[in-house]
Ligand binder design. Structure first.
Ligand code: X8Z
Ligand code: ZN
Length: 606
């Protein structure tokens, strides 16, 4: 074969080989000497299309039908991809010192970063890692908490308890119960860390954390500083909110349960991970009864179906001039939790077949929180649809934060006026008190999230670098949770627990800084869209619903995918090349006034 390659090369023929086995890889390395960098990139794009189609099919079936068999199918597909990826990165080395045009260089750089799960070249280890990764996500998806071996509850039911119960002990039980799914993950996770780090080393990164941080068009060290800078910008907002919420929870549960000089018990905030606090709005509402913000009750009263909820989100994007979702979206998506099998309920959006086969996978409940998640997921789908004509290697968000921010930006336009217009609340309140109520509702969602968004990867960066040793996994987790969020576990924790495993993105190997960035970026995007739409007045009162001019500019940025550095994409929409928290600070300016007033005389902090 090698001779044939040389012969063909001598004849000036281009040979396209796929690299699907060790032997093929050797042969390919002979063939590549005949390929220019441009040809190499074109081949990578073509092969990626084929491999991804198979991987996506296997992953979709796995996520919507968790069994031993689908684990085997999905990990085999992931293994095939990993093998191809390692081989291509090796082949790309030959272009390292060549003077390439910017697009070709970028495509090669992105190829190198083109996996979140770098696997070792050793075939047995690669197989082991892809299986562990598949199993970990499956363990999360199929997780159940059973009392005395019966009365088993899956995550959605336990989340309902956290959201709706105000009984301290019932909350403790659900909180603790969900975390019983994680200790069996601990050994596997530890092994996964060893193996992904080995894979990352082979790609030239110190560890997987460094590789994740390398995906932001700046050095990993600069990126770390950048996230620290953004956190410092928004921390004062969080501190005021924390102080006020702690005081209100003290009124509800008693200051013996919620000491006013320490962290808040994690299970009292309405959410399994204390990451968003909107479900305790009723306890915090600044001016009771002033504004009708109760979308939940409308959804229930009008008995909205999951499809109708998704339609409402789609209508928003269509109002911005974006296309309707294809029929296949409605046929192939999973909107509700199947009764007869285990699935991964954690919401996700899929851009299968290069964005030609868009789907969401959710277990939709009739709540406002879920409606916002639907808007969020469709943001991913519209992004995937917008960049589908880019070469495969450029089909991605300008950075991970952009991908998470599109749908969230749209949710910022779900103002009371918009909600009233589409019949989700009776009428929009315009008074100052109504504005503060609304701001509080938003803050419990958006500001409460910020430290959580920051710390998840800080924990993982430490784990991957070895700074956090396996025997400190849980203690380090709670140190960060307390340091950043000012929360504390309701019951003692130890290294027999593995609480990070009870949060989807950890067993599912999804990096998390993207959400932190998205919570900053979405306000920057919104500020620009509102300027384009000619909005006058407070940023918080702006909805771009129905504004095609804003929609066109947004879509133009989305259509460029990952073809240019995110700084360029950001500049085109916002005129600045920096992520910057002044927009979120402006947005919540009215609420900050209220919080500072409320917190006067209280001693804040923990
Ligand atoms: O995981 C998600 C989305 C899917 S990309 C539902 N989010 C984070 C989470 O749930 O932890 C959205 C906000 C944060
Ligand atoms: Zn998302």
């Amino acid at each position: 074969m090698k001779h044939l390659v040389k012969l063909l090369a001598g004849l000036g023929l281009v040979l396209i080989l796929s690299a699907c086995s060790q032997q093929d890889a050797d042969e390919t390395s002979a063939a590549i000497t005949t390929e220019t960098a441009e040809e190499f990139v074109a081949r990578a794009n073509a092969e990626l299309a084929e491999l991804n189609r198979k991987r996506e099919a296997a992953e979709w079936v796995r996520a919507t039908y968790i069994t031993l068999d689908t684990a085997i199918i999905a990990s085999a597909a992931s293994e095939a991809y990993a093998e191809w990826h390692s081989s291509m990165v090796k082949q790309a080395l030959q272009y390292e010192d060549e003077d390439l045009d910017a697009m070709t260089r970028r495509a090669i750089d992105l190829l190198k970063l083109g996996t979140t799960l770098p696997t070792p070249a050793d075939a047995a280890k690669r197989k082991e890692l892809t299986m562990i990764a598949t199993e970990l996500e499956g363990m999360y998806g199929a997780g159940r908490y059973c009392r005395d071996g019966k009365d088993c509850k899956a995550l959605p039911e336990l989340e309902d308890v956290l959201a709706n119960s105000r009984d301290y002990d019932a909350l403790t039980n659900a909180w603790q119960g969900w975390r019983t799914i994680a200790p069996p993950m601990r050994q596997k996770y530890q092994r996964y860390v060893e193996l992904v780090n080995e894979g990352a080393n082979e790609l030239g990164y110190g560890d997987l954390g460094e590789m994740w941080r390398a995906g932001f068009d700046m050095s990993p060290a600069d990126f770390e500083q950048e996230t620290a800078r953004l956190w410092e910008q928004v921390k004062p907002l969080y501190d005021e909110l924390h102080c006020h919420v702690r005081a209100k929870l003290g009124e509800t549960y008693g200051t013996d349960k919620v000491p006013q000089d320490g962290p808040i018990p994690a299970h009292l905030l309405g959410n399994m991970w204390s990451q968003g606090w909107s479900f305790i709005y009723d306890l915090i509402e600044p001016y009771p009864g002033v504004a009708d913000l109760d979308v939940d009750s409308t959804l229930k009263k009008k008995n909205f179906s999951p499809q109708e909820m998704v339609r409402s989100a789609e209508n928003f994007y269509v109002s911005l001039g974006m296309p309707r979702l294809p029929d296949t979206f409605w046929e192939r998506s999973q909107f509700t939790k199947p009764r007869d099998r285990e699935v991964v309920c954690h919401a996700s959006a899929w851009g299968i077949d290069g964005g030609n086969d868009l789907r969401i996978k959710m277990c939709i409940k009739q709540t406002y929180d879920e409606l916002r998640t639907i808007y969020h997921e469709l943001g991913h789908n519209y992004y995937q649809g917008a960049y589908k004509d880019q070469p495969r290697l450029f089909q991605g968000g300008a950075n991970g934060g952009f991908h998470e921010a599109i749908g969230d930006t749209v949710t910022l336009s779900m103002t009371p006026q918009y909600l009233a217009e589409v019949g989700l609340v009776a009428a929009a309140g315009e008074s100052e008190e109504a504005v503060i109520n609304r701001q509080m509702q938003m803050a419990l969602d958006k500001i409460a999230f910020l430290p959580f968004g920051k710390l998840i990867d800080e924990w993982r960066w430490g784990v991957f670098s070895g700074e956090i040793a396996p025997e400190n996994y849980n203690a380090a987790w709670w140190n960060l949770r307390t340091q950043y969020q000012g929360i504390t576990p309701p019951v003692p924790r130890s290294e027999a627990d593995f609480d990070p495993g009870a949060k989807f993105h950890v067993p599912a190997n999804v990096s998390y800084t993207r959400y932190f960035l998205a919570h900053i970026l979405q306000f920057q995007f919104q500020r620009s869209l509102c300027e384009i739409a000619g909005h006058e007045g407070d940023l918080a009162s702006c909805s771009v619903f129905g504004n095609e001019e804003a929609g066109d500019r947004f879509y133009a940025m989305m259509a460029s995918g990952q073809s240019e550095p995110w700084q360029d994409a950001l500049e085109k929409l916002t005129g600045t090349r920096e992520m910057d928290a002044t927009a979120i600070i402006d947005y919540f300016d009215p609420l900050m006034g209220y919080l500072k007033e409320q917190n006067e005389g209280r001693s804040c902090g923990w």
